[in-house]
Design a protein around this ligand. Structure first.
Ligand SMILES: NC(=O)c1ccc[n+]([C@@H]2O[C@H](COP(=O)([O-])OP(=O)(O)OC[C@H]3O[C@@H](n4cnc5c(N)ncnc54)[C@H](O)[C@@H]3O)[C@@H](O)[C@H]2O)c1
Length: 250
């Protein structure tokens, strides 16, 4: 895609210190956007992402904030306002897993996953929308998961958070469309990042059998679809979920 497609836009990518978020931040920078790189614990990774973003000739701003913490999210948007005045593109990418079978799940495992994966995007959307409304234009991309569409044993908390994010995408798209704000979601399949590093090789081979393209995805392949949703190429698209899963859900 055209390298100046997002020139003059500011994008916030949450959890951009590694994995899919890092690839998204870099891809949006390559397309000309200034990028706010949010992280919670991956400080070194966030700084490395910022160097690559700046190498693309755009501005980078690194902000530490736990997306599930209302005060920290408020402060983050205050800093974005001071630095850029605006956020035009919000990518709700930060997410965690705390897997357990239902009967063994501790309440805090439920709370942590729902707080990060669902309350975090809600808080970030609220502040971003306030800024986007003024421009009557904005792009929100929520990174859900194949698990939010299909479920998975041992992941009731994660599945609930990611299905919730899809429901929130549908509702927000309906609510915000007349203000020119587009809200879409991506449901990645199995993507090669630290998040799946704990999966055993034979389980990965088993998973591949259920993937039409027969292979795992890369963070860069997810980032390309985020760029589509972030760019004017998708201006008449809202309230949609695209599976970036190699054909795992068909
Ligand atoms: N890897 C996969 O197979 C896969 C599949 C489907 C969906 N996803 C989703 O994609 C997104 C990115 O996943 P990934 O694979 O890159 O995982 P990852 O664990 O490599 O990266 C997630 C990032 O989010 C950050 N983060 C976690 N909690 C945070 C918080 N409270 N505030 C701010 N940042 C926080 C982490 O520090 C980390 O840098 C997640 O939402 C995940 O659920 C991943």
């Amino acid at each position: 895609m055209n390298s100046m497609l997002l020139k003059g836009k500011t994008a916030l990518v949450t959890g951009a210190g590694r994995g899919i978020g890092k690839a998204i931040a870099i891809r949006l920078a390559e397309a000309g956007a200034d990028v706010v790189i949010n992280y919670n614990t991956s400080e070194d990774g966030a700084k490395e992402t910022a160097e690559i973003v700046e190498g693309a000739g755009v501005k980078a701003l690194v902000i530490k904030a736990d997306v599930s913490n209302p005060e920290e999210v408020k402060e983050m948007f205050g800093r974005i306002k001071d630095e850029f005045g605006m956020v035009n593109i919000l990518v709700n990418n930060a997410g965690i897993l705390k897997d357990s079978l239902l009967l063994m799940m501790k309440d805090d495992m439920w709370d942590d996953v729902i707080d990060t994966n669902l309350k975090g995007p809600y808080l970030c959307m609220k502040y971003a929308v306030k800024m986007m409304m003024r421009e009557k234009y904005g792009k929100i991309v929520n990174i859900s998961s194949i698990i939010g569409r299909r479920g998975n044993a041992g992941q009731v908390n994660y599945a609930a958070s990611k299905a919730g994010l899809i429901g929130m995408t549908y509702s927000a798209a309906k609510e915000l469309g007349k203000m020119g704000i587009r809200v879409n979601a991506i449901a990645p399949g199995v993507i090669q990042t630290d998040m799946i590093a704990h999966l055993k090789d034979d389980y990965i081979e088993h998973l591949k059998e259920g993937i039409a393209l027969g292979k795992l995805g890369t963070p860069e392949e997810v980032a390309e679809v985020v760029l589509f949703f972030a760019s004017p190429a998708s201006d008449y698209v809202t309230g949609q979920v695209i599976g970036v899963d190699g054909g795992q859900v068909i």
